[in-house]
Design a protein around this ligand. Structure first.
Ligand SMILES: NC(=O)C1=CN([C@@H]2O[C@H](COP(=O)(O)OP(=O)(O)OC[C@H]3O[C@@H](n4cnc5c(N)ncnc54)[C@H](O)[C@@H]3O)[C@@H](O)[C@H]2O)C=CC1
Ligand SMILES: O=C(CO)COP(=O)(O)O
Length: 346
């Protein structure tokens, strides 16, 4: 049994805390919102995020970070990407022993283009954590909280920490694989959110399964292209955190990114969409970050650019699809072959 703190009490933090309780660990969940803590304690559930799911009686709920992390062996950081730095800065003040730092968030920071592990490295001291482990994969909180079979990947440059995380979380309904490709696993989780916005937009326009299969497949091609330039193993993208997470996010109405895209495709303005969602839609900021990055690295990402134009340039979703369909004729596999077969040549 390990002592573990989960920082972030939204849908995913709550579902992961429940997996850890199921595995008989001593689990504390931390929220920055005192009212939410009180409601969770009074109601025995996390009403806003997982309204029908009772919380395990063994889960302790905290709004005091010092108490939440007291003597823990591992910390699971699972706040939205835009709150990662702020949460690490709070943690830096109160964490006086070394922990295993696991994060389960999916995003890229605009301007810096940092992955989450890079933000953590910048904000915390190495005396406070051994190394970062990324936990990612096709895993909607709504289904994990119902104990439906789910598979994810724990990636760390330190294989022993990936294996520690596998042991911590793995059970009969939550299967964890390990990987050392931190860059690929983080980028897969973050970049699929952009393509899920696109899949939602396509559905919102009334297009069908052919269009969605095209978006998933060509989306996979462009995110693999970018990730490979950034140092990921392209083969990671045929795994759970690549194509696996693309499938689940592009095809499920649980996905906030898909739902936001769907509303955009129906002609709603971005501000109205975001106020209706009431939960984090990571793909919006990640689209900004990746559009900047693709421009800087001169990588062709036509789907991402089209989604950026819908979000920020007021371009009509229908016109974006028409323009994607009218791009110059090209071959299908050449660029992916280049990535796969030329990557070790330099
Ligand atoms: N919901 C899901 O099924 C999955 C979500 N994720 C990722 O997990 C991360 C968190 O997502 P969710 O839990 O779904 O979001 P959510 O929208 O359900 O909840 C976000 C939580 O973060 C808290 N929060 C917001 N700002 C904060 C701050 N400054 N400091 C501390 N806490 C703050 C909110 O109070 C709320 O409890 C995201 O990066 C998401 O992509 C990953 C896999 C599955
Ligand atoms: O990452 C997820 C599933 O793997 C959740 O996706 P959304 O943030 O779009 O709901």
């Amino acid at each position: 049994m390990s002592k573990v703190a989960v920082l972030g009490a939204g849908s995913w933090g709550t579902a992961l805390a429940m997996v850890l309780c199921e595995n008989n660990h001593d689990v504390r969940i931390w929220t920055h919102n005192t009212e939410q803590k009180q409601r969770m304690e009074q109601e025995g559930k996390n009403a806003k995020y997982l309204p029908d799911i009772p919380l395990p009686p063994s889960l302790s709920i905290h709004d005091d970070l010092t108490m939440a992390i007291k003597d823990v062996e591992a910390i699971v950081l699972v706040v939205p990407t835009k709150a990662i730095r702020e949460t690490c800065q709070r943690l830096k003040q109160v964490l006086h022993h070394q922990v295993v730092l696991i994060h389960a968030s999916k995003g890229i920071e605009p301007d810096s283009h940092y992955r989450i592990s890079e933000m953590i490295d910048e904000e915390l001291n190495r005396t406070q954590y051994q190394d970062v482990v990324v936990l990612s994969g096709p895993s909607h909180a709504e289904e994990v909280s119902l104990k439906h079979p789910t598979t994810v990947t724990a990636a760390s440059e330190d294989e022993s920490l990936a294996a520690f995380t596998q042991d911590l979380f793995m059970n009969q309904y939550f299967r964890v694989y390990t990987s050392t490709d931190v860059i690929g696993v983080e980028l897969g989780g973050a970049l699929k959110n952009i393509i899920a916005l696109g899949a939602g937009i396509s559905d919102g326009l009334g297009y069908g399964d052919n269009a969605k299969a095209a978006l998933i497949t060509r989306g996979l091609a462009e995110i693999t292209r970018l990730a490979s330039v950034k140092g990921a193993n392209p083969l990671t993208f045929i795994g759970l955190t690549g194509v696996g997470d693309l499938i689940v996010t592009c095809t499920s109405s649980h996905s906030r990114n898909w739902r936001a895209g769907n509303l955009l495709g129906q002609g709603n303005a971005l501000e109205d969409v975001l106020s209706k969602m009431g939960m984090v839609v990571e793909g919006i900021r990640t689209t900004d970050a990746v559009t900047q990055l693709a421009r800087e690295e001169q990588i062709e990402m036509p789907i991402t650019t089209g989604i950026y134009d819908v979000i920020h340039q007021n371009k009509s979703p229908k016109k974006v699809v028409d323009d994607l369909m009218a791009r110059d004729r090209t071959t299908e596999i050449d660029d992916i072959s280049d990535i796969l077969f030329n990557r070790d040549k330099d």
